[in-house]
Ligand binder design. Structure first.
Ligand SMILES: Cc1cc2nc3c(=O)[nH]c(=O)nc-3n(C[C@H](O)[C@H](O)[C@H](O)COP(=O)(O)O)c2cc1C
Length: 256
């Protein structure tokens, strides 16, 4: 794929909303009557599905919102304690959980998304979660479940390499790796999609920060990663779907 050159001029232009004046919204896939892309990436018939604990069964006691916001910070040192499946379910719900299914083309979630397009898939590199084998999983928000994607022989090494040598990623209990499927947003916004996709990603990661703080865990946003190695680790094609953001999570020793 030929890579376009980004200049200061084109980069700043990307951050403005002038693109909206340039896009012909009568020609978008949605305006042309094309069916929207699936809300959730499909699962193979023989896939291993792991149901997550339902919200009404959770026994965790997250701290209050004021404390979570006040204490939020990036954590790059994790202890060896595992997360429970319930804690993981909470973090997944906080970042991409479904609030309400409106119709086949749209679900409301715990985070906002431009045009309700929700272009992300959440992959997990699991290393210390009670009840889960290590490996790569994908969250199925519509089913409140995980699908086991693949075994990885050297997850600490691969995670460190995929984040350009940031070793704390390899030491995480679980690393959230978000991919984007741009077509979900392009269906409605065409070339005006890319800025709003980047904005959408920020909301997801901020909710992870706050949810982690609330349960004695910590995370750190990572945008410096190897596109090739991250996409390879997940087994995504790097074009129709590719990694956009990474966040290692682990339990932390609270400084009182
Ligand atoms: C978009 C984005 C990308 C980031 N990428 C990295 C990264 O690759 N590695 C890292 O150690 N921290 C990364 N950070 C964390 C920032 O360094 C951190 O938020 C900043 O130093 C402020 O610290 P605080 O989060 O504790 O307030 C990133 C943060 C954001 C929002």
């Amino acid at each position: 794929m030929k890579r376009p050159t980004i200049t200061t001029e084109s980069g700043r232009h990307f951050l403005t909303d002038r693109i909206r004046e340039e896009v012909n919204f009568y020609l978008t896939s949605q305006s042309q009557g094309e069916a929207p892309p699936p809300i959730q990436k499909p699962v193979l018939p023989d896939a291993r599905i792991i149901k997550l604990p339902e919200r009404n069964s959770w026994t965790i006691t997250p701290c209050d919102l004021l404390t979570a916001i006040a204490d939020r910070q990036s954590h790059r040192k994790f202890n060896v304690d595992p997360l429970t499946l319930e804690e993981l379910a909470f973090l997944l719900w906080a970042t991409q959980g479904v609030r309400e299914k409106l119709h086949e083309a749209a679900v409301l979630r715990t985070v906002p998304s431009a045009g309700c397009r929700h272009p992300f898939e959440t992959y997990l590199a699991v290393q210390r979660v009670k009840g889960l084998d290590n490996g790569i999983y994908r969250y199925l928000p519509l089913d409140n479940a995980l699908v086991y994607e693949r075994e990885v022989t050297n997850l600490p090494g691969d995670l460190t390499a995929a984040t350009r040598g940031q070793r704390f990623t390899g030491q995480s209990a679980v690393t959230f790796i978000w991919t984007v499927i741009p077509e979900r947003t392009e269906w409605r916004y065409a070339e005006a999609s890319y800025k709003v996709i980047a904005l959408d990603a920020g909301h997801v990661c901020q909710n992870l920060y706050l949810a982690c703080e609330a349960i004695g865990a910590g995370t750190c946003a990572i945008a410096a990663y190897s596109q090739t190695l991250a996409d390879e680790l997940l087994g995504v094609d790097g074009d129709k779907e590719f990694c956009i953001y990474i966040a290692p999570v682990g339990k932390i020793d609270r400084q009182l």
